[in-house]
Design a protein around this ligand. Structure first.
Ligand code: 4AZ
Length: 845
């Protein structure tokens, strides 16, 4: 079997990697053929049928008891063991050397003896091959094959999971020859079933030994000139000198999106032992993403498996070795002073497996220590967040693990010292953490502030104000609600204007009860009428606006209303937001036409490093510069020729003719202001079309279109956002994104790197109350009402991007607000759905 072969490059043999499926001989159809009888008497037919059934049953029984027991599954386990009574020699790196062959023979003999200690394994064992050796004293990597009778697979798995005991038994055997190997640290696991694909037509194995002061490179075949090949399995065995570890730094990772099809897997081992997986990757990662991995020892394995053909470029990574104890991988130590910062090793890249670090923090005598995790990413499959049995951070004896929100985990100590431990186990690594400590007054850890249960300090006025400012609700419990607040059933207080707004603000729906709109047994229409529940989806428009007939499962051929989606052929469908959702709903497929929009080309990952967007994360974002000056407004790409922005950005004033195309230059694909790399396209404008009904006093109809002088080509960094249909709904409570280079706080400076933030759509009535009745139906509100997150000066004209399925839709255009990020003052956006017809008329998009 090839996977068990030792050659560096090899071709598969017939039936290679056929895991288990053995097809049974097809049943003899002739037996089942209807036989012509002597007469047409029913009784005769009955007898024939009966005989046929008996024959079939007998056949099945014979098959079951005679053949079926022979059905066997081929199971491959991979593992490693440490041989302590041998010394590593360089020749062990070469599988053709006599030294390698001699030790390999000894190891296979020993493996046979070990499996022999389990009757279950002994009877299924086929054989083992040694894949490689590495230092320490000598580590042997092997593959063992078993042929398992059907139904006994889990018994074999169980026996394999107690390898340690079998090794113990074998090592204690009296009759062992004197030159037997002394082994420990035996690990084994079943090989990832995806590596068994019988469709693999090519198996390749490469070896690379990293050297000091040298950066090697590994890459998928054909990179960067052609897409990687289908149905291929490749492994790269990476080694470093003794006392060194391997650093693997990906500069490109661009695979098919679905990990079931194509993936790259990194192991902290020389063979694919599942309990030593460091990370599995697929999809397209932004080049600005930190993707560096460090092994725990001097070996690492990278595997790549691909299935059917679909063209993707692949990956490239730099391989180097770093000395144990060098700065990148050391951690822990003494930290003193009033305040300071520290991170997990290799942050913001992936920490190595099997790390163990301890920091001892000491602040001036008489003070206490407060530790806050600014970033915290310690996730891995199978982690249990209660006991943190895998990777964890331990502060004052309490473990924290998983992924935690920024700045939300705070720990204080009553003395002037604190111990922080970090531990990573043998499998799966993550990006780690960034922590800050400061000295506090133990008696008053939150001077003039409220101390949350999670040790955070918040302003006193924020207690019992209806907002969870602590993040753990501790500022909102045990409150006596004021007269202008709702007392929720669960004891929380919420501002009165949340009552009956259609959103469950209390969390127990008490604020949405007794709203007096509709009686029990009735449903509310979009136009606020009430109709009987029985009228819902009965095929008749009982509401008068069609809302009782929306999303009823029947899709096509509905009567057209303001709320139904109109297909290109004029027919209407009653599905909410059917456009570009991946399902063709219109008979003519027009709801899925023109859907090359609203997608970032990169895998959106968690962001380390503030609210900076990742490069290419919002490829429709445009920066509008006044020529010779700098960034003034944002805009969104909707086609290669057209941008959408705010009308108030293009109104002349005494000094500048903002309404003239010649005033502007548009930067597409821009990430950092002033940094116009290859991915940035600069365009002049051909025309600027401000909405004819824009009202400069009320900001009503605050939308404008810009035509580019020459079209742009789409790239990873330049792509359009999807325009929503006029009937598209963006329900209150939905999370949407705001982006821009605007001021990072009210009256503050513009950002140089594109910023992003998440806000929620806010109910129209609630928002109108908050904004003193200044809203029109062409405005929509989004924000975080507890304050702190908002668009601001310079963000105007930019997108309010709303995720729907796998795409982003342009829900709004940044328009105005009462200051920025103030409490109860959301941002106001022009409602794009209201202008869908106008955009189509002017641009054809
Ligand atoms: C502006 O001046 C602006 N908080 C944009 C958005 C908001 C406020 C001001 C919303 O461009």
């Amino acid at each position: 079997m090839d996977y068990m072969d030792r050659e560096l490059r090899y071709a598969p043999r017939d039936n290679d990697w056929d895991t288990s499926v053995q097809f049974l001989p097809a049943s003899d159809n002739k037996k089942l053929e209807k036989k012509k009888g002597l007469g047409k008497i029913g009784a005769v037919i009955g007898v024939v049928v009966f005989a046929a059934v008996v024959a079939l049953m007998t056949g099945l029984l014979v098959w079951h008891f005679h053949f079926r027991k022979d059905v066997r599954t081929k199971k491959i386990y991979t593992g490693s063991m440490r041989i302590t009574n041998q010394v590593f020699v360089d020749a062990y790196e070469n599988s053709n050397s006599s030294e390698f062959k001699a030790l390999a023979k000894q190891v296979t003999t020993q493996l046979k003896a070990i499996y022999g200690k389990s009757p279950q394994l002994a009877k299924c064992y086929v054989g083992s091959t040694i894949q490689a050796f590495s230092e320490g004293s000598v580590v042997a990597y092997y593959l063992s094959e078993f042929s398992v009778p059907s139904g006994q697979e889990s018994a074999v798995d169980k026996a394999m999971s107690s390898m340690e005991q079998l090794v113990d038994k074998e090592q204690r055997t009296m009759s062992r020859p004197g030159n037997s190997l002394v082994v420990e640290d035996v690990v084994s696991s079943a090989v990832d079933s995806r590596l068994f694909s019988s469709l693999f037509s090519d198996f390749v194995r490469y070896s690379e030994h990293a050297r000091s002061n040298h950066i090697g490179e590994i890459q998928s075949p054909g990179f960067p000139n052609r897409p990687y090949s289908p149905n291929t399995f490749i492994q790269w065995q990476l080694r470093a000198d003794p006392n060194h570890v391997i650093k693997l730094d990906f500069d490109t990772m661009n695979l098919e999106e679905n990990c079931k099809n194509d993936f790259v897997k990194i192991y902290d081992s020389l063979v694919a032992i599942e309990s030593r997986v460091m990370e599995e990757m697929c999809g397209y990662y932004s080049p600005s993403e930190h993707l560096t991995f460090i092994s725990s020892g001097n070996v690492m394995l990278v595997t790549m498996a691909t299935n059917d053909k679909l063209d993707f470029p692949g990956f490239r990574a730099q391989v180097s070795q770093i000395k144990r104890g060098s700065r990148e991988i050391t951690c822990g130590g003494q930290l003193t002073g009033e305040n300071g910062k520290f991170t997990s090793p290799n942050y913001p890249n992936f920490y190595p497996p099997r790390m163990s670090c301890q920091w001892s923090i000491k602040v001036p005598t008489g003070k206490g220590v407060k530790l806050t995790f600014k970033k915290f990413y310690l996730s891995e499959p199978g982690q249990d967040s209660e006991n943190c049995r895998k990777d964890y951070v331990k502060v004052n004896g309490k473990k924290v693990c998983g992924e935690q929100p920024d700045n939300k985990v705070t720990v204080t100590s009553n003395t002037n010292t604190m111990t922080v431990e970090f531990s990573s186990d043998k499998s799966y690594v993550d990006r780690g953490f960034e922590a800050a400590f400061e000295a506090i007054d133990v008696k008053d850890p939150c001077p003039n502030q409220f101390q949350c249960k999670n040790q955070q300090c918040i302003r006193k006025e924020l207690k019992c104000d209806g907002w969870s400012d602590c993040g753990d609700l501790s500022d909102e419990i045990n409150c006596k609600c004021s007269a202008d607040a709702i007392t929720c059933g669960n004891g929380l207080c919420k501002p009165m204007f949340w009552k009956c707004d259609g959103v469950d603000d209390c969390g127990d729906k008490t604020d949405e009860k007794d709203c007096g709109l509709c009686k029990p047994g009735q449903v509310a229409c979009k136009n606020n009428k009430c109709v009987s529940e029985k009228n819902r989806c009965d095929g008749r428009d009982d509401c008068g606006d069609g809302s009782d007939e929306l999303d009823c499962g029947r899709v096509s051929g509905t009567t057209c209303t303001d709320l139904t989606y109109r297909c290109r052929n004029g027919k209407c469908i009653n599905k909410v937001n059917p456009e570009c959702d991946g399902t063709p709903d219109c008979e003519d497929g027009s709801d899925e036409a023109k859907c090359d929009c609203g997608r970032s080309m990169f895998k959106t990952s968690r962001i380390v490093g503030g609210q900076d967007a990742e490069e290419g994360e919002f490829p429709w974002q445009v920066s509008l510069h006044v020529k010779g000056y700098s960034h003034v407004c944002g805009a969104s790409i909707i086609s290669p020729h057209w941008l959408v922005t705010a009308a108030h950005c293009v109104q002349d004033d005494g000094r500048t003719r903002y309404s003239q195309p010649g005033t502007w230059e548009a930067y597409l694909g821009l990430h950092t202001q002033g940094n116009n790399g290859n991915s940035v396209m600069k365009r002049n404008l051909k025309q600027v079309i401000s909405h004819p009904n824009y009202n400069q006093f009320t900001f009503d109809n605050d939308i404008a279109l810009m035509e580019l002088e020459s079209p742009v080509s789409y790239s990873d960094y330049i792509r359009p956002i999807c325009l929503p249909a006029a009937q598209h709904v963006f329900p209150p409570g939905n999370t949407v994104w705001i982006t821009g280079w605007g001021a990072t706080r009210e009256g503050g400076f513009a950002a140089s790197v594109l910023q992003k933030a998440q806000v929620r759509i806010i109910n129209q009535t609630v928002c109108d109350n908050l904004m003193g009745g200044q809203l029109t139906s062409r405005m929509l509100c989004a924000g975080v009402l507890s304050g702190g997150v908002d668009a601001c000066q310079g963000d105007s004209g930019g997108p309010l991007s709303s995720p729907s399925g796998t795409r982003m839709f342009l829900a709004g255009v940044v328009s105005w607000g009462d200051g920025c990020a103030r409490r109860n003052k959301p941002g106001i956006y022009s409602t794009v759905t209201k202008f869908r017809g106008w955009i189509k008329e002017k641009t054809g998009v």
